[in-house]
Design a protein around this ligand. Structure first.
Ligand SMILES: [Ca+2]
Ligand SMILES: [Ca+2]
Ligand SMILES: [Ca+2]
Ligand SMILES: [Ca+2]
Length: 549
């Protein structure tokens, strides 16, 4: 085909870029205005959501967009994407809430012009929308009442490392938190010494970091601030409950009614699935206690000396605490001469504990230890040289003890397991071309099986080539071939891996540190961490008129 030299080359439009939504949370059964933040041209975009009860109406201009949430949509995060002929945006989520939310009202920068929040618990949907922004909220507290303030911003994909502080009626700071121990987002629990009005202030620093020392603010720095002066559950002891049995949990938290002091029992019927939800009247949210099959013990002191080691069944688990700087907790466990896995969880659950894990033989000699050079909770895979009794010793690498130095230790036979992750969340294919997307295959516990990969939801003119993963291979590929006459399409695909008689959805993780995962690096925890759809855009031949490279 000849193209006249004088013809202007039409610039190819780009795929829409969606960077944030404001507000990010919406109540069931309501319709609300929403700002779609990003590079979205031409307007209006087409919008996909993961639930038919979530419907965006983009209106005639960007300021007029609304979103309607049907009454039956499940609370929690829901995925959305914008898409057009050239491709789709990276996925973002909105949050559906069953209860009311409080919109932020500016100006509120100064503690003396704080927005009054009554009827706690309350959730404020706000934004650090301008450079230097500070948002202030006033709450009335009784003497001895504990105020709980939790800000979510990082976990909502906002590019901010937020801070919370509490000031008194004269503006004097009485509490401050920079992060909650698990994420970059802050959490404050502070008990008022005297009755009065106190002001919670939110502000933040750029994330990823920048040299600008001003507080960050822009259209993307969206947050949710939960404020409570009532019951708030922190954790249960044991930290994990046993599935299929009655669990007696001792609940920890703030402003708890005296009736909870001796612990709480749950009927067996409640302990099914993967999580036990503990609800107490007046609490802002449920406590979610993970469930496991092995017996769940609670530590019994004294257990510091080798002769005092507390017996632990195998497989089994125990919840313990390093209560003093020099506390050592020892457990005696009868192990086979076969692969065994020791898993400690503490930092991952939000506790400020740097655990050290060592295994001793009957003579007291250290025969194995978890790698102490890596950050995070210790994990050890080890095969005892002979069957017999061994002691597991846990203490604090930093020699600190305290109420919140809580950990969970599980000792078990490693279970074969496999996980899959797409390298891309969305792909574009042109008629007559093939797209290849890699799948990372993570194998654990001796899982060696081959895997077959299937793609569901393919549009007309697109076929998926057979692309099975060989035994032991660590990578697979999705190959999508477009016929030369494949019509334009924009569809979510489901990639399904089948192995050892089980089907696994193959999702795209948004918390990996990869360059191409659609979010800035550094999102280690998100409210929703993976999307189970691979977005496919089939470009129309008409838009393929870009000059050859
Ligand atoms: Ca603001
Ligand atoms: Ca403000
Ligand atoms: Ca202890
Ligand atoms: Ca001890």
């Amino acid at each position: 085909m000849a193209i006249g030299l004088a013809m202007p080359v039409l610039a190819r439009a780009a795929a829409p870029e969606l960077e944030q939504l404001f507000p990010i949370a919406f109540r069931n059964g309501t319709t609300n205005p929403v700002a779609l933040v990003g590079k979205i041209e031409p307007w209006p975009p087409r919008i996909w959501t993961d639930h038919p009860g979530i419907v965006f109406n983009p209106g005639t201009n960007a300021a007029a967009c609304t979103v309607a949430i049907a009454p039956g949509v499940a609370p929690g995060p829901h995925w959305i994407r914008l898409f057009g002929p050239e491709g789709a945006s990276a996925p973002r989520f909105l949050v559906v809430t069953p209860g009311p939310t409080t919109p932020e009202i500016e100006p509120n920068d100064h503690f003396a012009q704080a927005q009054s929040v009554t009827n706690l618990p309350a959730v404020v949907d706000g934004r650090l929308e301008k450079s230097g922004d500070v948002d202030s909220y006033a709450v009335a507290l009784r003497a001895g009442q504990t105020l709980l303030a939790r800000l979510e911003a990082h976990v909502l994909m906002s590019p901010v490392d937020a801070v919370l502080r509490i000031v008194d009626s004269r503006g004097v700071e009485v509490a401050f938190n920079h992060d909650d121990g698990r994420t970059l987002d802050p959490f404050v629990a502070w008990t008022a010494p005297t009755a009065g009005t106190y002001v919670v202030q939110a502000f933040g620093f750029p994330h990823p970091g920048a040299t600008d020392i001003r507080f960050v603010g822009n259209a993307r720095c969206v947050y949710r601030l939960t404020l409570s002066g009532g019951p708030w559950l922190s954790h249960a002891i044991p930290l994990v409950a046993r599935r299929g049995t009655t669990n007696h949990l001792v609940l920890s938290g703030w402003n708890l009614p005296p009736s909870l002091a001796p612990g709480l029992g749950f009927p067996s019927s409640a302990a099914t699935g993967t999580v036990l939800s503990v609800r107490i009247p007046g609490a802002a949210e449920d406590l979610r206690v993970p469930l496991a099959d092995e017996p769940q013990l609670v530590e019994r002191e004294p257990n510091d000396l080798p002769g005092q080691a507390q017996p632990l069944p195998f497989p089994g688990a125990v919840t313990g605490r390093i209560e003093r700087a020099d506390d050592i907790d020892r457990y005696l466990v009868d192990l086979p001469a076969a692969p065994v896995e020791f898993v400690v969880q503490s930092a991952a659950l939000g506790f400020p504990f740097d655990a050290r894990l060592r295994i001793e033989d009957s003579e007291g000699k250290i025969v194995a230890r978890a790698d102490e050079s890596t950050l995070g909770d210790p994990v050890l895979a080890w095969t005892p040289p002979t069957a017999g009794k061994y002691r597991v010793a846990i203490d604090n690498l930093l020699h600190r003890g305290g109420d919140r130095m809580v950990y969970h230790l599980a000792v078990r036979v490693p279970q074969p397991a496999v996980e899959f992750a797409l390298a891309e969340g969305s792909v574009v294919v042109e008629p007559g071309k093939t797209n290849e997307t890699k799948i990372a295959v993570t194998r654990r516990g001796g899982f060696t099986n081959a895997v077959s990969i299937r793609v569901e939801g393919l549009p007309a003119g697109i076929v998926a080539l057979p692309s099975d993963v060989a035994a032991n291979a660590a990578e697979g590929t999705v190959r999508l071939v477009a016929a030369t006459n494949a019509p334009p399409a924009n569809v979510p695909l489901h990639v399904v891996a089948t192995t050892a008689g089980k089907m696994h959805p193959v999702g795209f993780p948004l918390v990996s540190a990869g360059e191409n995962n659609g979010v800035p690096q550094g999102f280690k925890h998100l409210l929703a961490e993976r999307i189970d759809q691979l977005w496919l855009t089939v470009r129309s031949p008409a838009t393929n008129a870009a000059p050859a490279k």
